[in-house]
Design a protein around this ligand. Structure first.
Ligand SMILES: [Cu+2]
Length: 462
């Protein structure tokens, strides 16, 4: 998980398809209509001498929605490949979850799809492709998604830092030849050689001395776990994966931000601060600067001491009852693992055949999507999954459509997660209440691991 200095070599048309009919066809007057375009983009990372770098992305820096406000989002796909959009962390109707092949067909090149949903929870989320995800995430097909509280939160400033890790080739273009590389898939996933924040190299974000700031941190990398430090700024953890903590916790250590995880922090910029305050990644040698907060003048300090909690979201609570369902998820495979055989597409294969099929990880002895769900529950039932990481690698486990609590010791028990990083050999129980009916994925978000087998699903009945 540690970064090595060598990892950072550059640090110094088809016709339109009609939109499918929506199940609930009526558009009420208070539905907000938005349009998002998926399209190629160019980043001038090495200007003025270098060529622009070709990526894929959404037409916008950040999507802002309002808690409780229904939106119709027309997504137009102007990419050469099919795609779909998953609203990571939002608890919305299953048909809008954006998982190609499970909840919808992919949106063809030149096609459109209308997503309609009502965000229940305020917080920090993200939208990203859920089709050929290992390739489309590596190309940059994502954007931060902020759901604003119905009553504005009182801070002096709000900043979003979206951390990403790109793999470029010797011509300083995206290394597309190594997409699908089996060595990456069997090890820690696709790790890059260029780090960006908000798709920029070492950006400077303006702040004032004495301000209280809401900082939203997202890791959108395919596979890199980011160890984030703000050495010169007092900070508290305010929310994890969009869900507020009951009591904000002072952050004295390095923050472990695994792929797809998000944290909302409160920062109090010291009144005597001047110049630039670094946001750093811990590495095996000196820390690497990712971005800077540039102190531009001072503000009267309005806030001090531990911040009060953000308003809670309407999550289905766990209570004290015994779970209705208890299942195990035995995670195996990968390099240096003990996987000898696994079921793939209903057939048992030895490891040699599995490698030919590019499947090298398994949940409960099954590589990739099983025909039958890991469990079937009714809406409202309490579920406990014991996840056992029987591999030599960390994994960033993501459950769709639900937030859960985990009994891992390094986390507060009160933290809610939609994504949870597990170290090699680690075991945890996660608990959640089945919510909306439908088929919900449970997969590793070190996304090469998902492609190579680490994916299952649960079925929730009405
Ligand atoms: Cu994994």
């Amino acid at each position: 998980m540690r970064l090595s200095r060598r990892d950072f070599i550059w640090l110094t048309a088809a016709g339109l398809v009609a939109a499918p009919a929506l199940a609930s066809a009526s558009i009420t007057p208070d539905t907000r209509r938005l349009k998002l375009v998926l399209r190629p983009e160019q980043r001038h990372w090495f200007a003025p001498l270098g060529e622009p770098v070709g990526l894929w992305g959404f037409d916008g820096d950040e999507l802002r929605l309002r808690q409780g406000e229904t939106v119709d989002i027309e997504v137009e796909n102007r990419l050469p490949n099919p795609s779909s959009v998953h609203w990571h962390g939002l608890r919305i109707d299953n048909a809008m979850d954006g998982v190609s092949g499970l909840t919808q067909d992919p949106i063809p090149s030149g096609g459109r799809f209308i997503y309609r949903f009502t965000p229940q929870d305020a917080g920090t989320f993200w939208a990203h492709s859920h089709h050929q995800t290992y390739e489309q995430l590596a190309r940059g097909l994502y954007m931060p998604l902020i759901v604003e509280e119905s009553k504005p939160v009182d801070v002096d400033r709000e900043l979003t830092l979206t951390l990403d890790d790109w793999r470029l080739n010797e011509s300083r273009q995206l290394d597309t030849r190594s997409l699908g590389d089996m060595h990456d898939w069997a090890h820690g996933g696709r790790v890059g050689n260029l780090l960006t924040v908000n798709r920029q190299i070492k950006p400077q974000l303006r702040v004032r001395a004495g301000e209280r700031i809401r900082l939203r941190l997202l890791n959108t990398a395919n596979a890199r776990i980011m160890l984030v430090k703000l050495p010169e700024v007092p900070a508290w953890i305010w929310a994890k994966d969009g869900q507020p903590l009951v009591s904000p916790r002072e952050l004295n250590e390095t923050l472990i931000l695994a792929p797809a995880e998000r944290y909302d922090l409160v920062l109090d910029i010291p009144e005597q601060a001047t110049g630039v305050l670094p946001v750093q990644l811990e590495s095996d040698q000196a820390p690497v600067d990712l971005a800077y907060l540039r102190v531009d003048g001072g503000a009267d300090r309005r806030f001090s001491g531990t911040p009060s909690a953000l308003p809670a979201n309407p999550l289905p609570l766990l209570g004290d009852a015994e779970p209705v369902h208890r299942v195990q998820l035995d995670m195996t495979g990968g390099a240096m693992g003990s996987l000898r055989q696994a079921v793939y597409r209903g057939q048992t294969f030895g490891v040699r055949e599995l490698v030919k099929e590019k499947q090298i990880w398994a949940f409960n002895g099954i590589a990739n999507m099983p025909e039958q769900p890991l469990l079937e529950a009714r809406s409202g039932e309490l579920i406990e999954i014991e996840m056992i990481n029987n591999t030599r690698w960390p994994h960033s486990m993501h459950l769709h459509g639900h937030h859960f609590q985990a009994d891992l010791a390094r986390y507060d028990k009160e933290l809610w997660h939609d994504t949870l990083v597990m170290a090699a050999g680690e075991r945890t129980h996660i608990r959640f209440r089945a919510d909306k009916p439908g088929s919900w994925l449970l997969h590793c978000h070190m996304i090469e691991h998902q492609a190579a087998g680490m994916v299952s699903w649960i079925r929730v009945l009405a």
